[in-house]
Ligand binder design. Structure first.
Ligand code: NAI
Length: 544
């Protein structure tokens, strides 16, 4: 079937969404003015895949692989997504954490072409017009960052663009969201990372971050403009600093179709990991004492969703909150502290102030240690030995990204707990063999959650994204963990099953939206077929 307005000749070869490169057939070459513009041999997509995979594996480092992958995405999106879908375990660490962290740090140096929209404060008053410059009119998913807290790497300013690009690639690869409806956006409000200004290749505004009312007005204008220009779009906030992330979530969650992945996506994947951990350790989440190391977006986001889950299971809110204890950079989060910001207050318990992690562990005797601090190596040998002394099967989640920021490595977690830890991490770690036993660490990657939630929200055109959708997603993800996964020590299913997982989550999200009357399109009885039919498959279509 020939798409409408199909370009011809070189213009077709230069259109990444339509290009098939050497896979154009003889008939297509004749009909579309391609004769001579391609080498004579017609190849299959499988042949092309062999070539790109071979070239990719020959590269000497992951940043070079990242650059090659983006070049492929710029050339032939269908082939790029075929590669991602068929080799997701190998590709995810290249297009997302940890390599994307390095790519952001070096963004100005590896820049080829803009793959998304840049909105700077110079655009104030005309943001809607900037959005209209994007060639696709029916944008359905926006991932937006202001670059202030990129992974655990801090303020990278406009270099943060790698994050929305990577997240949207995952939407397509993991849940089959059509890439042509995805829009990565970076809002450049300056940067407080002055070292970027001494880099002549830095591509963002060379100025301090705008703050206060002026910054809020910029985000307000962006949100209003995005809703006006792309009224059907889901807007995902990504890697904003926590002093803004919580506020914006509160501000927009009831009036816009939006969520914050660092708070809600992380919470969902971590809660799901806890549900699965219970199948290994025995017991219920209600009986746990969870000690969070890091009380920011990720940590308190997880805490809030754990509380929602427990209240849903019958506990009172105060009882549920007693299961969650937090440590921030100043020590244990307790009532007597006067420096606590609002998102920590609900978790401030009556307890004496303490700051030494080992002493806190010995006093609170946690069943689980959850790292979301961005502080590498903080789950040291004495800490892990202590948690292993308290518990037969201690739960240890080192969620900080990228790999360099993880609170401990998988090997350390297993070694220092005599192989008894139920371990998960934010960035991937290789399997570990200890005394002949092989452990496969689970990756608590938000990619298990946000693509499926997004697919469900888009399929039924939900008006908003209530927090309960993340509870629904956490429970569905946990159901996908098999006994054989658990036997290997992993609390998440294999990434190779990610599309099936995303589909299941999307179906549950649609059911939830329908129950709550949030859907704005009619949902047929066969929700499975309804959602499945909306998933993009990276296969070539015939143009003649
Ligand atoms: P954040 O900046 O909101 O919070 C960091 C928290 O760590 C703050 O409460 C801070 O006080 C605390 N902290 C810093 N230094 C500390 C120290 N020495 N001792 C104790 N606490 C300390 O950052 P956010 O968004 O919560 O992210 C934290 C980390 O979690 C990052 O590395 C991020 O990449 C990672 N993350 C992982 C995800 C995943 O694995 N699925 C998803 C989202 C975030």
């Amino acid at each position: 079937m020939k798409p409408a307005n199909l370009p011809r000749g070189l213009a077709l070869l230069q259109s990444p969404t339509l290009n098939k490169g050497t896979a154009f057939t003889e008939e297509e070459r004749d009909a579309l003015g391609l004769r001579g513009l391609l080498p004579p041999q017609v190849q299959s997509q499988a042949d092309q895949l062999d070539r790109v995979l071979g070239n990719l594996r020959e590269q000497t480092n992951n940043l070079a692989r990242y650059v090659s992958l983006i070049a492929l995405q710029d050339r032939n999106e269908t082939l790029f997504y075929r590669l991602l879908v068929d080799h997701i375990e190998e590709m995810m660490p290249l297009i997302y954490t940890p390599t994307v962290g390095l790519a952001c740090q070096r963004f100005g140096h590896i820049f080829r072409r803009a793959r998304g929209l840049y909105i700077s404060e110079n655009d104030r008053g005309g943001i809607a017009n900037v959005l209209r410059n994007w060639p696709t009119k029916d944008v359905r998913v926006i991932v937006v960052t202001d670059g202030e807290r990129i992974l655990g790497l801090g303020d990278l300013g406009a270099n943060g663009m790698g994050i929305p690009i990577g997240k949207l690639s995952l939407y397509t690869a993991c849940a089959g969201i059509d890439p042509t409806v995805c829009l990565p956006i970076t809002i450049d409000a300056g940067t407080n990372n002055k070292s970027l200004f001494s880099d002549p290749l830095y591509l963002g505004l060379h100025k301090q971050r705008t703050t206060g009312a002026e910054y809020d007005a910029l985000i307000d204008e962006f949100m209003a403009a995005a809703q006006e220009v792309f009224p059907k779009a889901l807007i995902q906030f990504e890697d904003f600093a926590n002093h803004n992330a919580f506020r914006f979530l509160q501000k927009y969650k009831d009036t816009a179709c939006t969520f914050n992945d660092d708070i809600q996506g992380t919470a969902s994947v971590a809660l799901s990991g806890l549900y699965s951990s219970m199948r290994i350790t025995g017991g219920k989440i209600a009986d746990q004492r969870l000690l969070f190391f890091g009380a920011g977006e990720a940590g308190t986001g997880i805490g809030e969703l754990v509380v929602s889950a427990l209240v849903d299971e019958g506990l009172s809110e105060p009882e549920a909150r007693r299961c969650c204890w937090f440590i921030d950079s100043k020590g244990l989060v307790v009532k007597s502290r006067t420096d606590l910001v609002h998102h920590k207050l609900p978790f401030a318990h009556d307890h004496k102030p303490m700051s030494d992690l080992l002493e806190i562990m010995e006093t609170l005797r946690p069943t689980a240690l959850i790292g979301a601090s961005g502080q590498p190596g903080t789950f040291s040998q004495p800490i892990l030995e202590a948690v292993a002394k308290i518990n037969e099967r201690p739960i240890v989640f080192a969620l900080s990204n990228p790999t360099s920021q993880a609170e401990c490595t998988a090997e350390q977690a297993y070694t220092w707990t005599d192989g008894r830890a139920v371990f998960a991490s934010g960035s991937p770690f290789d399997p570990v063999t200890l005394d002949g036993q092989r452990f496969v660490p689970g990756q608590g990657n938000n990619a298990y959650i946000f693509p499926g939630v997004g697919l469900g929200v888009l399929a039924c055109a939900s008006r908003i994204v209530p927090n309960e959708m993340f509870l629904v997603a956490a429970r569905e993800l946990a159901k996908k963990v098999s006994q054989s996964d658990l036997d290997q020590g992993r609390v998440y299913p294999s990434l190779s099953r990610i599309r099936e997982v995303s589909l299941s989550i999307a179906i549950e999200v649609v059911k939830f939206a329908v129950e709550r009357g949030l859907n704005t399109v009619e949902v047929p009885e066969d929700i499975d077929a309804f959602v499945r039919s909306q998933m993009f498959e990276p296969n070539y279509k015939s143009y003649v």
